[in-house]
Design a protein around this ligand. Structure first.
Ligand code: SF4
Length: 394
């Protein structure tokens, strides 16, 4: 019998990208498209099925521990379509009997009946894009849902029998007060979800908000306000038994999102669908892993797959430097931080103690029990800090 290797045992996740939305939100830089409900569902599902098939030999001998249907708005699709993709995944790959299978849902795109059908095709975790329970904030974010829709969506998720679900919130809108922010957190808690994500609004290039910002038509809270929101979220949610296991993510013990942990721990994942990304930690000519992504345009994606071509548009091997940056960029997002010994072992580098002390005295990081962690202040500046942290390891 073949012995299991480390590679066989490390988690492997499948990400399925559904790029269609009803309307495009002004802050969103995901590969998603406002469609007003007109999208080629059958053709797209057929392309997903064909693409999953192409990975048969790649995942041979590995067990799939998570599947995540993200977007876009996957809940726009018929449960039967999601079932077809699930069937293909289970026929081509070895899906663990304990796999976490998540689907993102937006209010007003799935009622109780649809959610029950999704459960019947294998979805066992829901992530609901609530964003806020305040009409003012929903308007600011250009969401088409009302607070009533949000309450209704969460009631439907519960009535459909989903015990394990996440609720997404965003904070950092113009003139947002601490009270308004805390209201969202308190309201979320009344539903007792197993997981709550509270993301800080970031202005991404190419979005409608970026254009407004450039014209000086979008004022946002300054960093000190955001830090106070972050602190408050942590205090309230931890007081209610939600561990702040990642910068923006809180969960009841044992309900941390296993799929996202694959990203944060730089494990392996395969993405299928338009613009989906994949990463394998080993392989590549350099031996530091490889990464690839599909064409972003959904029409092109469907066309290439229909012509029996691969949809991959970018593919490259990771260098030691990139793999090290990734280990910090992703790992420092987690409250458990990054193990210094793990980094030394994997990358053969030595920490520069004075440089780390400097980062500590600037109030960005903490080192304890052989682990490097971000402080609340460091969490606001993660991206800017990574180069400095990497520079402290030779
Ligand atoms: S619904 Fe989600 S994916 Fe679609 S545009 Fe809005 S934020 Fe982006």
């Amino acid at each position: 019998m073949k012995e299991a290797t480390d590679k066989d045992r490390t988690p492997l996740g499948i990400y399925v990208h559904i790029p269609y939305c009803l309307t495009k939100c002004p802050y969103c830089d995901f590969n998603s498209y406002g469609t007003n409900g007109n999208f080629p569902e059958d053709e797209y599902v057929l392309a997903l099925e064909k693409e999953v098939e192409t990975y048969r030999s790649v995942v041979e001998g590995r067990e799939i521990s998570t599947v995540f249907f993200g977007g876009g708005t996957p809940s726009l699709f018929n449960p039967w379509s999601i079932g077809r993709v699930m069937e293909k995944i289970t026929s081509v790959m070895s899906l663990s009997s304990k796999a976490e299978v998540t689907l993102e849902v937006n209010p007003r795109t799935a009622d109780k009946e649809k959610l029950v059908s999704l459960k019947n095709v294998g979805i066992n975790r829901i992530s609901v894009g609530i964003q806020s329970f305040s009409q003012r904030k929903l308007d600011f974010y250009g969401r088409f849902s009302t607070p009533g829709d949000c309450f209704g969506a969460l009631a439907d998720v519960q009535d459909a029998g989903f015990h394990n679900y996440n609720l997404d919130l965003i904070y950092g809108s113009s003139e947002e007060t601490l009270e308004e922010f805390e209201n969202d957190i308190h309201t979320a808690i009344t539903f007792s979800p197993t997981h709550i994500s509270a993301y800080c609004l970031t202005i991404e290039p190419g979005t409608e908000f970026a254009a407004l910002r450039r014209k000086g038509k979008l004022s946002l809270p300054d960093d000190s306000v955001l830090v106070s929101f972050m602190r408050s979220a942590r205090e309230i949610l931890e007081g209610e038994g939600y561990g702040n296991y990642e910068i923006s993510n809180f969960a009841r013990r044992g309900y941390e999102c296993r799929h996202n942990l694959i990203y944060w721990k730089c494990h392996d994942y395969l993405g299928v669908g338009a613009g989906a990304h994949s990463h394998f930690r080993s392989g590549g000519e350099s031996g530091w892993g490889k990464r690839w992504s599909n064409v972003r345009n959904p029409e092109l994606y469907v066309k290439q797959i229909a012509e029996d071509r691969r949809a991959v548009s970018v593919s490259y091997d990771l260098s030691r430097t990139t793999a090290l940056e990734d280990a910090f960029l992703m790992g420092l997002r987690l409250s458990e931080g990054v193990g210094i010994e793990d980094i030394k072992r994997r990358f053969g580098c030595i920490p520069d103690a004075p440089a780390l002390k400097h980062l500590e005295s600037d109030g960005f990081i903490l080192t304890d029990c052989g682990r490097l962690r971000l402080t609340v202040r460091g969490r606001v500046f993660t991206d800017e800090l990574i180069a400095r942290v990497c520079g402290a390891f030779h």
